[in-house]
Design a protein around this ligand. Structure first.
Ligand SMILES: [Fe+2]
Ligand SMILES: [Fe+2]
Length: 274
């Protein structure tokens, strides 16, 4: 079995399983929502800025890479029941996100069935590889990506609320709550790994934080244009990444930047954050 597929130590697996059960219980009690009933679909705004629809389409593309996220995670984390069961639940929730964004593009009249099908075809034509080759690297990457995705939805929702579209506003709110819950699970998982192997986890965390890019749309032929459109709308940019993703993730994990840099150079960790 490759190193990256190795079983986790028993105590770590037990902690991860507890984390997953807490996550699952909370999702069942508080967070389930209905795509059909919880979004006021009749309240789409036909005069919304077309730039918003373009960004919604880009976010749909990111969510459509679901098979690639799941395949990579299930393969790498297969020996961990906690992680595999989590990803099964996570995949169900993410599958709703692409349905919701696609439904809004269609119901608002911003895209035709043929245009959405064309986008799906272009996404599925190319397999996306998760850019990390270790279990903890993948979990850390997910922690960062989920936080960034949640911020994208929050900021896009603010733009939408300035113009009015109750349907899109509601669905972005629902997606944002899900992404925050995903981020929280992954972050807590990384915290558990830090407790078991601080140096190794920090080395992976450094790679993730210092080479992060929103996935997938970069790989599309028109990816650079899509990234620029997200920036132009003020939804996400490098400054937001540093202030609202990079620094909060380190703070939440109790890791200082000097300690992270030391770990990246292969030096012994110095302990808690300064
Ligand atoms: Fe999502
Ligand atoms: Fe998510």
């Amino acid at each position: 079995m490759p190193e990256s597929h190795a079983r986790f130590p028993k105590a770590l697996e037990a902690d991860l399983l507890r984390l997953y059960r807490d996550y699952f219980d909370m999702a069942e009690r508080r967070r389930r929502w209905s795509l059909r009933h919880d979004v006021p679909w009749a309240d789409c705004n036909p005069s919304l800025d077309p730039a918003v629809a373009d960004v919604v389409e880009s976010f749909l593309a990111v969510e459509l890479y679901l098979p690639d996220y799941v395949a990579s995670a299930m393969t790498m984390l297969r020996p961990s029941r906690a992680c595999v069961w989590f990803y099964a639940n996570w995949a169900y929730e993410e599958s709703k996100h692409s349905l919701a964004l696609g439904d809004w593009l269609l119901r608002s009249g911003r895209r035709t069935e043929a245009q959405v099908a064309d986008l799906e075809g272009r996404v599925f034509a190319r397999e996306w590889r998760v850019p990390h080759d270790s279990a903890v690297g993948m979990l850390a990457y997910a922690a960062v990506q989920e936080l960034a995705t949640g911020l994208n939805y929050r900021n896009l929702r603010r733009k939408v609320d300035g113009q009015g579209d109750p349907a899109l506003s509601r669905l972005l709110g629902l997606l944002g709550v899900d992404e925050q819950a995903h981020h929280s699970f992954f972050l807590k998982a990384v915290r558990l790994f830090l407790g078991h192997d601080r140096a190794g986890t920090l080395a992976q965390l450094y790679r993730v934080l210092h080479h992060f890019a929103m996935p997938s749309i970069y790989e599309m032929a028109d990816g650079p244009r899509r990234v620029e459109a997200v920036k132009a709308l003020g939804v996400f940019n490098d400054r937001l990444y540093f202030d609202e993703v990079y620094r909060p993730v380190l703070a939440a994990l109790g890791v200082s930047r000097p300690e992270l840099r030391r770990a990246a150079r292969g030096l012994a960790p110095t302990g808690a954050a300064a």
